[in-house]
Design a protein around this ligand. Structure first.
Ligand SMILES: Nc1ncnc2c1ncn2[C@@H]1O[C@H](COP(=O)(O)OP(=O)(O)OP(=O)(O)O)[C@@H](O)[C@H]1O
Ligand SMILES: [Mg+2]
Length: 508
């Protein structure tokens, strides 16, 4: 049943194609017309769907400032209210922003035939109705059967079941100020993906966890078998798998001449190495040391650069763990970078993981994957801000990943510092509160959907609210993010609890 909520009328140069006003019916059935509700009216093009953007309360008795002043003084406070039935003259109007037109299949008001842009205004005098949940879910493109439940669409009672294919077929970004709830939202997406039925098909999930915030998932019994944690302190990059130019990437100062020499050494070492175990960085260094022919200064320089890399304690004869074996559909692999301090080391790790994953995916040796990168601005910064050796591969995945079903999720608290190339490829955006005007402007530049109105709304979002826009959904929607099902032990610990616990430890 559809609820009639009002009648379209003329007010301040409206209706036009984008907006129309309607007078809200007085009602006593408990339905409250609120900002954010979806409504429709019949227009000549079909069912014109819109969202209530503004509600204005008017009362003719109180519209003239001089009269109010004259009748309102200290001896006679608010005499107007006593003299006239002014309450009865209060009325509310709503301003609706149009979203689109739907046409139904012939004679079937339930099955949508087509959704299109409106090109003609609503007609004054026409009735306005609330859009019911069934229609709304189709109009917005939600998938209640097998979508990811991220919360409720704001003001309505409808669960925001986001279609997984639409979200992950292209890349997406989660953006907000620090403490805006990005990691919380990410853990909800993980909960949804990890508890999906196997038969529905779920990609492998790889998460770059910079602060060790997600390791609690390993202790949650219903899903712990699907979670692997890799502490990057034990992570090993395979030296035989690196080509000479990767060495240059990791050790920028190596000159081109030196790289050419290095590639000869690597080739010779490979020809001589029949151990099958692979060779380590130290093996490569001793191989260069033993050589009697090469240019001495080039040799010394190369040995110096390689020894410096060896100091990072990140390289070995084999990849450990073997990415090909640990990445699996429907499973989560967390790379915990919590104990790494050196930003260069973190970037090398991320660069290697991204390169390998994308390579393996292109060769179809691992299933489609979702790669979530926390603090993405550290690994893929905009050139004006800083450099990162992992930037090029992340931009490559952002540009080409879709064709190989390699999806990126970039999380950042400073969108302005994040590479524009990568950010503009993020087709869907989950935007929580962002206050910084530079970040907002950068967002508006990288996405034509974000208008000034949206920018204003983004800056006033509360914790737990987000704007979802882009290819995951037909129209931008505000979502009240649901609560986590599985809690992290850290979640409810307050600052004072940690402080008092700290006291006890230090006094023992
Ligand atoms: N939907 C939500 N419901 C309840 N609490 C939330 C919600 N979202 C976030 N919070 C709370 O807000 C706080 C900050 O959230 P979170 O750690 O996710 O922020 P963040 O955006 O990842 O911050 P940072 O950029 O510093 O990593 C947390 O204590 C979290 O519990
Ligand atoms: Mg976070």
């Amino acid at each position: 049943m559809s609820f009639k909520v009002g009648i379209v009328f003329n007010f301040l140069q409206l209706p036009d194609v984008l907006q129309y006003p309607f007078v809200i019916n007085k009602r006593n059935d408990g339905v409250i017309v609120k900002k954010g509700l979806f409504v429709y009216t019949n227009s000549i093009e079909g069912y014109l769907i819109g969202i209530i953007e503004k509600i204005i309360l008017l009362n003719e008795y109180f519209s003239d400032a001089l009269t109010i002043k004259a009748y309102n003084n200290d001896s006679n406070p608010n005499i107007l209210k006593g003299l006239f039935p002014s309450d009865d003259f209060e009325y509310a109007i709503a301003i609706v922003r149009n979203l689109g037109i739907i046409q139904f299949q012939k004679d079937d008001k339930k099955i949508i035939d087509k959704i299109s842009r409106m090109t003609f205004p609503a007609s004054p005098g026409k009735e306005v109705y609330l859009v019911d949940d069934d229609l709304l879910k189709d109009f917005l493109g939600l998938s209640p059967e097998n979508g990811l439940n991220l919360g409720k669409i704001k003001v309505t009672d409808l669960n925001a079941y986001i279609n997984m294919d639409r979200l992950l077929n292209k890349h997406f970004a989660i953006l907000s100020i620090s403490g805006g709830g990005k990691s919380y939202l990410t853990s909800i997406i993980l909960e949804e993906l990890l508890s999906r039925e196997i038969s529905l098909g779920t990609p492998a999930i790889i998460l770059i966890d910079v602060h060790g915030e997600y390791t609690y998932l390993k202790n949650v019994s219903p899903i712990k078998d699907k979670v692997k944690i890799i502490d990057t302190q034990y992570f090993q990059i395979s030296i035989p798998q690196l080509n000479p130019y990767s060495f240059k990437k990791y050790q920028e100062q190596i000159s081109n001449v030196q790289v050419r020499e290095l590639s000869n050494y690597i080739k010779n070492l490979k020809d001589n190495d029949n151990s099958k175990k692979g060779y380590s960085l130290n093996d490569l260094i001793s191989f260069i040391e033993k050589d009697t022919n090469g240019n001495k200064s080039t040799k010394q320089a190369l040995i110096g650069w390689l020894a410096d890399l060896e100091h990072l304690r990140l390289f070995g004869p084999q990849e450990n763990p073997k990415l090909k074996n640990i990445v699996d559909g429907g499973q989560l692999t967390i790379f915990n970078l919590q104990n790494e301090i050196s930003i260069r080391k973190k970037q090398i790790i991320v660069d290697y993981i991204c390169n390998r994953l994308f390579y393996l995916r292109r060769k179809n040796e691992i299933p489609p994957f979702l790669l979530i990168i926390e603090e993405a601005h550290q690994f893929c910064p905009e050139a004006a801000h800083s450099k990162a050796l992992s930037k090029s591969i992340i931009e490559t995945i952002a540009r080409e990943g879709r064709k190989f079903m390699a999806c990126l999720c970039l999380i950042s608290q400073r969108p302005k510092k994040l590479s524009t190339t990568a950010l503009s490829q993020a087709n869907s955006k989950m935007i929580l509160n962002i206050k910084n005007p530079y970040d907002l402007k950068h967002l508006m530049d990288s996405s034509e959907n974000i208008t000034k109105d949206y920018a204003r709304m983004i800056s006033s979002l509360a914790v737990g609210e987000m704007l979802l826009m882009g290819s995951a959904i037909n129209y931008p929607i505000f979502i009240e993010i649901r609560q986590r099902i599985y809690k992290s032990e850290l979640e409810d610990i307050s600052l004072s609890q940690v402080c008092s616990k700290w006291d006890k430890i230090s006094s023992n």
